[in-house]
Design a protein around this ligand. Structure first.
Ligand code: BG6
Length: 493
């Protein structure tokens, strides 16, 4: 049984507190944690926005956001009474030095509370916001700042943001969110790798032919098309979520789960990523953009129609990459990464494809001597599946068949899977940085991504159309086919 220990009394200030992230993720996550008794008496939540709003109106907005997000049996009146008393709305433009008096006075009423400043705003405002927090005299040695991704749009802008923020906060006070690190199944990767002695001897190039990481989404870009047009799948998903997954699969065993140990191992992987250059970019990357099609039996628009933009767009909504890690463990074992919008279903999984047996002792007609495969399903149907070759029972000739050894977390633990933000917010409040990104991780990841973007530009590599509801452009299939391999597409079961 999970044990719930309350966090020390805190004041959490959310800039962009009435925005989309706040309504969809942060406030529902905070409600759940309060419901489980993790907030001490007197802890407060301040939502700050530029447009003013009366306190009652704000409380109504939160109530509606919870109604949209929570199941009826997750909402209870007693928790709401307690939770709503913690909520305060302030009108403030975080980018200006004026107008901080009200918030400042409220925070100073509780000097012993831990102060957490959550920037759910545009990344371009992070630097100015940190500066104004300092000018308003609101930062002490126990204060923390939380930065949402994306941290910048390339290496230079990420560095500038980190420099600005770190002029005011010590690196140990900065919590950079990649919400994938808060997902239960992503954390379970550490248990799978380091709590089972079975895998470690095999977790390397000698046994693993290649690794596939797929993060597929069935949704399109919807009302985020404007943001997405400036961003694209490489920056939106690969720079952060996918490289974090790659690091967790590829890293050496850390000495402990201590944040510095974990981070050092992840940084070593990022350093070992082979740069992608104009000479290699066409062989090792694929860019795609969806056109109208059908997803889950429903007709959907193409990306350009969603964007409602005159003229062409060359933003990728799909990307596939053959990544090579130049170190002893992974030499000659590529990591194929693939992510996209409007694919057939929402599914994220990691596949370790093992090498074939060294020599077959079976007659040629004995069926499939399929190499073993370990599939780690991150979402949905969280679990692990290992393909094992067996003999089909019965008389007659020897027939081989690969069968799945299937572990379903959702069946084994029929619990509510907490949203990643619930864990991440608690880790910030408790001051545990292990699930957050150090500035060096962010900057190294950008350096590798910048190399790809520059190479695309250099080679004028355009997006290829793919029909919504398919697994991406044909070049994605070719990317593996060229190496005599093929993608495993997450199935519906
Ligand atoms: C976000 C991206 O970081 O992750 C979105 O900006 C994407 O474009 C989302 O849809 C996917 O997250 P999840 O948790 O739904 O897999």
């Amino acid at each position: 049984m999970a044990q719930f220990v309350p966090a020390d009394p805190f004041d959490l200030v959310i800039f962009g507190g009435t925005g989309d992230l706040s309504q969809r993720k942060l406030l529902p996550a905070l409600f759940h944690r309060d419901r489980d008794g993790q907030f001490s008496d007197g802890s407060r939540i301040f939502a700050v926005s530029r447009g003013g709003m009366a306190q009652e109106e704000f409380i109504g907005l939160v109530r509606q956001a919870l109604a949209r997000k929570l199941h009826a049996d997750e909402f209870d009146g007693a928790t709401w009474q307690r939770f709503s008393r913690r909520l305060f709305h302030y009108r403030l433009d975080v980018t200006t030095a004026d107008g901080w008096d009200g918030l400042g006075a409220a925070l100073k009423q509780e000097p012993d509370h831990i102060r957490v400043f959550y920037l759910a705003t545009l990344p371009s405002l992070y630097g100015a916001s940190a500066g104004n927090l300092a000018r308003a005299g609101l930062i002490d040695s126990r204060s923390r700042i939380v930065l949402e991704k994306p941290i910048g749009a390339d290496y230079a802008s990420a560095r500038a943001i980190n420099d600005d923020v770190c002029r005011v906060f010590h690196e140990s006070q900065v919590y950079r969110i990649d919400h994938y690190l808060g997902k239960e199944t992503v954390q379970n990767l550490a248990a799978l790798r380091f709590a089972n002695s079975l895998f470690e001897p095999l977790w390397r190039h000698a046994a693993v032919d290649h690794v596939q990481i797929t993060v597929a989404e069935d949704l399109g870009t919807g009302n985020r098309a404007g943001f997405y047009e400036r961003t694209g799948a490489l920056r939106d998903m690969v720079q952060n979520h996918m490289l974090q997954l790659l690091c967790l699969v590829a890293m050496e065993p850390p000495l402990s789960l201590d944040h510095e140990e974990l981070r050092n191992e992840k940084i070593k992987v990022l350093k070992a990523l082979r740069p992608i250059t104009p000479d290699t970019v066409k062989q090792v990357t694929v860019r795609g953009q969806y056109v109208a099609g059908a997803v889950g039996g429903e007709l959907v628009k193409g990306y350009r129609e969603e964007l409602e933009q005159d003229g062409p767009s060359d933003t990728e909504t799909f990307v596939a990459i053959k990544a090579e890690i130049d170190n002893w463990r992974w030499a000659d074992t590529p990591f194929y990464l693939r992510t996209g919008k409007r694919l057939p279903r929402k599914a994220s999984e990691i596949v370790l494809q093992f090498r074939p047996v060294a020599h077959s002792i079976f007659p040629e007609d004995s069926g499939d001597l399929v190499p073993n495969r370990l599939v780690i399903r991150l979402q949905p149907n969280e679990g692990v599946q290992l393909g094992i070759v067996t003999k089909e029972p019965g008389p007659g000739s020897f027939r081989l068949r690969s069968l799945p050894l299937n572990l379903s977390f959702t069946e084994t633990y029929p619990l509510r899977y907490p949203d990643a933000y619930e864990r991440l917010l608690m880790e910030v409040l408790r001051g545990n940085p292990a699930l957050f990104m150090h500035r060096e991780e962010v900057e190294r990841a950008w350096q590798w991504i910048d190399g790809i973007i520059e190479s695309w530009r250099d080679r004028r590599m355009k997006t290829q159309d793919y029909v919504a509801g398919t697994w991406g452009p044909t070049d994605s299939v070719r990317l593996l086919d060229r190496d005599g391999r093929e993608w495993r597409n997450p199935s519906e079961e």
